[in-house]
Design a protein around this ligand. Structure first.
Ligand code: NAD
Length: 499
């Protein structure tokens, strides 16, 4: 049996043991055909290490392990006991936060300070939040007639397939593991092939926390092989996916074969509306956060900015200055870095392709517009602002998933609402105004799962998140996040002998 752990030292000096196998039934096993995924450091373009890539038969083993656990030992864990395990996992995440953050930064390229003080804080907060819910998931007694006692039970679904993306590997894992485990399901989780490492370290903590074998299984693998096998496995009851809309559609088709319960969180092209009465400094600050955080690799990034014509040039001036001042590009290990590299060469090229398209379609380049110079190595892209864009431009219509934003002006509310909603997506939207009536009116009319008033992209684990239109189905986080992991059973007790 090959050694399925390697000792590594991250670029910031963090020494740790990296598991490299498939985590099935609390054991590390190799891929059945010896296949691997090689992880590349996006900052230096050097190989970090290789990990096992699951085959169809490995997926079958993982799903069967989860199914066995669901049918046996895990059943005897009452809500309070499941909550205690999730609390323990959250505590372990906190205790190992600096190592987890180092792995995330190494593999993904996000600034270390962000990984540590934002992503890891979110991971344990989400796990704790759902730990608290574990013994508060209950049905209802429904008053019908005096001859009947009718009540509902909220029961777990069974084996949940969870497929996560590369932009927030640990946070996306927590969003999915927390509610699934709180509700009493078992899980097979597959990480994205671009960022396979942190999730394996988290799996080690799952075992340490005391989860019985098979309750949480973690694999890496290629989407078309491992992902597809997982979605179509007959013992999988539910599929939860975060990633691109194109893959989401594929998954929905595959899940249809078994009529499986699905939650999809897919792409976006979220608008940010700035009215003439908005606080300009606040609008500039949040508009920057809304698109430039996490190298622009955020599904709900507010990537289309619409500014009232009276404020347009002043906004552009302030926004360009903010981008130049705050979007410091560099090594993600440097304290002052705001923007690291894009996750892969492919993503860098994709983003640069959209920049090319914007330029050739005649958008006015305010800043950026190229590969970030002077880095030598790494998949860097300069933060890019296009102004005076038209709605038919590719850079306005399609999700770029990089530090690229378009800005255009508008005259009135109806016009900007129509333009904001003229997209196949509907994940997030922001509105900046001092007029409280307008704020609520616009919030109700924007076609999106979330609306931020006078901010952008400030999520909260207690608040449901998800999309409408082609941005997804179902909700994650908050109490609503539990709905996707429970089934409501009606029990009708006939108390008498009458019909
Ligand atoms: P993707 O959607 O292809 O991959 C996301 C996950 O789905 C990965 O774990 C992948 O292995 C898995 N997957 C891929 N094909 C599959 C299949 N046929 N069956 C089952 N699972 C499958 O995303 P990507 O190719 O890495 O990125 C492309 C674009 O997706 C990005 O540029 C961006 O627009 C979007 N994206 C969105 C999010 C988000 O949070 N909504 C995250 C990452 C990427």
């Amino acid at each position: 049996m090959p050694d399925l752990k390697v000792k590594l030292t991250a670029p910031n000096g963090t020494e740790y043991t990296q598991p490299t196998g498939l985590f099935i039934s609390n054991e590390w096993v190799p891929s059945s055909d010896g296949g691997t995924i090689t992880s590349i450091d996006p900052t230096t373009e050097e190989v970090i290490t290789s990990v096992s890539a699951a085959t169809e038969s490995d997926i079958d083993a993982a799903v069967r392990a989860a199914h066995r656990a669901f049918k046996s030992e895990w059943r005897s864990f009452e809500g309070t006991a499941r909550g205690a395990l999730l609390y323990e996992l959250a505590a372990l995440v906190d205790a190992h936060a600096s190592t987890l953050a180092a792995i995330e930064t190494w593999d993904n390229g996000k600034p270390y300070t962000v990984a540590l003080t934002e992503d890891l804080v979110e991971v344990s907060a989400v796990l704790r939040y759902y730990a608290g819910w574990a013994d508060k998931i209950s049905g209802k007694v429904i008053d019908t007639t005096s001859a009947k006692l009718t009540y509902t039970l909220r029961q777990p679904l069974g084996v949940c397939a969870q497929i996560i993306p590369w932009n927030y590997p640990l946070a996306m894992a927590a969003w999915k593991l927390g509610p699934a485990l709180a509700a009493g399901n078992t899980v097979v989780l597959k990480a994205a092939e671009q960022t396979p490492l942190s999730i394996l370290y988290l799996a080690e903590l799952v075992k340490k926390a005391g989860f019985p074998p098979g309750v949480v299984n973690v694999v890496n693998g290629y989407g078309r092989v491992a992902g597809a096998a997982l979605v179509q496995h007959p013992l999988v009851a539910k599929v939860a996916f975060t990633g691109s809309t194109a893959t989401g559609k594929e998954i929905m088709k595959m899940a249809a074969g078994g009529l499986k319960n699905i939650t999809l969180e897919t792409g976006g092209k979220s608008p940010c509306l700035i009215f003439a009465d908005a606080d300009l400094d606040q609008a500039v600050k949040w508009a920057h956060v809304g698109i430039m955080s996490n190298m622009g690799q955020v599904c709900c990034a507010t990537s289309r900015i619409y500014v009232h014509e009276d404020l347009y040039e002043r906004f552009l001036e302030g926004f360009a200055a903010r981008v130049k001042e705050v979007s410091v590009i560099g090594s993600p290990w440097e304290e002052g870095t705001f923007q690291g590299p894009q996750v892969t060469k492919r993503q860098q090229e994709r983003v640069l392709g959209y920049i090319e398209a914007g330029l050739s379609e005649g958008a006015r380049l305010v800043t950026g517009g190229k590969e970030a110079a002077g880095q030598g190595k790494g998949f860097f892209v300069a933060p890019t602002v296009f102004a005076d864009v038209r709605e038919d431009m590719q850079v306005v219509k399609e999700e770029v998933f990089g530090p690229v934003v378009t800005v255009s002006s508008f005259k009135d509310e109806d016009e900007v609402l129509a333009r904001a909603n003229d997209t196949m997506y509907g994940l997030g939207a922001a509105v900046f105004t001092a007029d409280i009536a307008r704020a609520h009116r616009i919030a109700a009319s924007l076609e999106s799962g979330t609306v931020w008033v006078n901010s952008s992209n400030d999520g909260d684990f207690r608040v449901p998140f998800g999309g409408v239109k082609m941005s997804g189905i179902g909700r994650e986080l908050g109490e609503a996040g539990l709905d996707g992991y429970t089934s409501t059973k009606a029990v009708m007790v006939n108390l008498g002998t009458r019909l």
